[in-house]
Ligand binder design. Structure first.
Ligand code: CU
Length: 66
């Protein structure tokens, strides 16, 4: 499992947007956003760089691994 620190997620809508964007990747099995912690947990075999790009494209900033 990969956990990334993501800034800019402030509400349930943000969490849903990020979850949907990441789960749209075929190699991602499951994504879970922890709003309070500002983290996204990802299960699957997708490349970290691809996941980061998808989150950035959705309008949020990836700060690194949690
Ligand atoms: Cu929001």
């Amino acid at each position: 499992m990969l956990t990334l620190k993501v800034s800019g997620m402030t509400c349930g809508h943000c969490a849903q947007t990020v979850t949907k964007a990441v789960e749209a990747l075929p190699a991602v099995e499951h994504a879970l956003v922890d709003l309070k912690a500002g983290q996204v947990m990802i299960e699957g075999s997708a490349d970290e760089s691809v996941i980061r790009q998808v989150i950035e494209d959705a309008g949020y900033e990836v700060q690194g691994r949690a």
